[in-house]
Design a protein around this ligand. Structure first.
Ligand SMILES: NC(=O)C1=CN([C@@H]2O[C@H](COP(=O)(O)OP(=O)(O)OC[C@H]3O[C@@H](n4cnc5c(N)ncnc54)[C@H](O)[C@@H]3O)[C@@H](O)[C@H]2O)C=CC1
Ligand SMILES: O=C([O-])CC(=O)C(=O)O
Length: 336
């Protein structure tokens, strides 16, 4: 067995944390052959929950779990970590837009960026989950210039999985038969779930475009998009809390594919720093289709973007540009 890898989970005492840490301890993040040491960070007000979580993790007797560092000190929490899952922050409540929670989160991300840069492994891989996820990741990237920007990502895999699940359900096929959907842009209601390049493997084994199998463009261009865009809000409406089980599962999918690669011919959606592909401003944290190999992601280039898609990409880009400006102004204001 390889040496254990240190994995930081911030906001570990929260809802997603509670679903996520057993998955990590079972090998769903880094693989069934990779021991882990879990670094659990939360704020002082959550210290008892953190202690209870640590007890339950011990009681799980997970074979891959080789240690737990439970702390309220980010400097301690960040020490030597190779993967950082950033859940810590203020969750969006019913009726709130992600922008509403931005002011609460930019300050946190600035501080945590500095700590990760100074104390984490030089090649730390970061996935920001806390909303506004793209912009929190951008703040982190800008305040940790020594961490390679390719190592800082945000989670749009939950949206990707939601889209896959909707198509699979509509086609009456198992989830793995649906491939290469795309989530473009922001992890928000302006995201664009795009099926134009997606493939369905039918029961006879042939591969067909999603549109050909679903045969309902009105649904694909309308309710399907809306359902995926609004899924998080709908879960909040029903549960009064945001998605936790599915978010934890998506974090594992995101990191697992990043570290261990995507299957041949397939891609997934990840929020990454734009290289200017598809006209997205360079450096914006944007969800793209990516293929991964040996711990590196690469944006899938050259996909044809029709007029309908272009309009949707422009809308989500504009929202991210606006969020960035808002975050910059909050940071500027707080440093004066
Ligand atoms: N990107 C995505 O797909 C999704 C993102 N989210 C977001 O993920 C975040 C976490 O969600 P939940 O676990 O449901 O929220 P939660 O409120 O249950 O947990 C958040 C935890 O963060 C902790 N925290 C707050 N400030 C912190 C700091 N400075 N350092 C460390 N920990 C800190 C809190 O004490 C709490 O334990 C929220 O921002 C939520 O909106 C949720 C679902 C999906
Ligand atoms: O909207 C929220 O706060 C939770 C979230 O990001 C999601 O479920 O996609």
């Amino acid at each position: 067995m390889p040496d254990p890898v240190r994995v930081l989970v911030t906001g570990a005492a929260g809802q997603i944390g509670y679903s996520l840490v057993p998955l990590i301890a079972r090998g769903h993040l880094l693989g069934p052959d990779q021991p882990v040491i879990l670094h659990l960070l939360d704020i002082p007000a959550a210290v008892q929950s953190l202690e209870g979580l640590e007890m339950e993790l011990l009681d799980g007797a997970f074979p891959l779990l080789r240690g737990i560092v439970a702390t309220t000190d980010i400097l301690h929490g960040a020490a030597g970590v190779k993967v950082a899952v950033m859940l810590g922050g203020f969750p969006r409540k019913e009726g709130m837009e992600r922008k509403d929670v931005m002011a609460k989160n930019v300050t946190i991300y600035k501080t945590q960026a500095t700590a990760l840069e100074a104390h984490a492994d030089n090649d730390v891989k970061v996935v920001v989950v806390a909303n506004p996820a793209n912009t929190n990741a951008l703040i982190l990237k800008e305040h940790a210039p020594k961490i390679p920007s390719k190592n800082i990502t945000c989670l749009t895999r939950l949206d990707h999985n939601r889209a896959v699940a909707q198509i699979a359900h509509r086609a009456g096929l198992p989830v793995p038969n649906v491939r290469n959907v795309i989530i473009w842009g922001n992890h928000s209601s302006t995201q664009y779930p795009d099926v134009n390049h997606g493939i369905v493997k039918t029961l006879d084994g042939s591969k067909k475009p999603i549109r050909e199998v679903i045969k309902d463009d009105a649904w694909l261009n309308g309710d399907f998009i809306k359902t995926v865009q609004q899924r998080g809000a709908e879960v909040i409406r029903l549960r009064k809390f945001s998605s936790a089980l599915s978010a934890a599962n998506a974090v594992c999918d995101h990191v697992y594919n990043w570290v261990r690669g995507t299957p041949e011919g397939q891609w997934v959606s990840m929020g990454v720093s734009s290289d200017g592909s598809y006209g997205v401003p360079v450096g914006l944290m944007f969800s793209f289709p990516v293929k991964t190999r040996k711990g590196e992601w690469e944006i899938v280039k050259g996909l044809k973007i029709d007029a309908f898609s272009k309009e949707k990409l422009d809308a989500t880009t504009a929202e991210l540009v606006e969020e960035k400006a808002l975050a910059d102004s909050i940071i500027k204001g707080s440093s004066q």
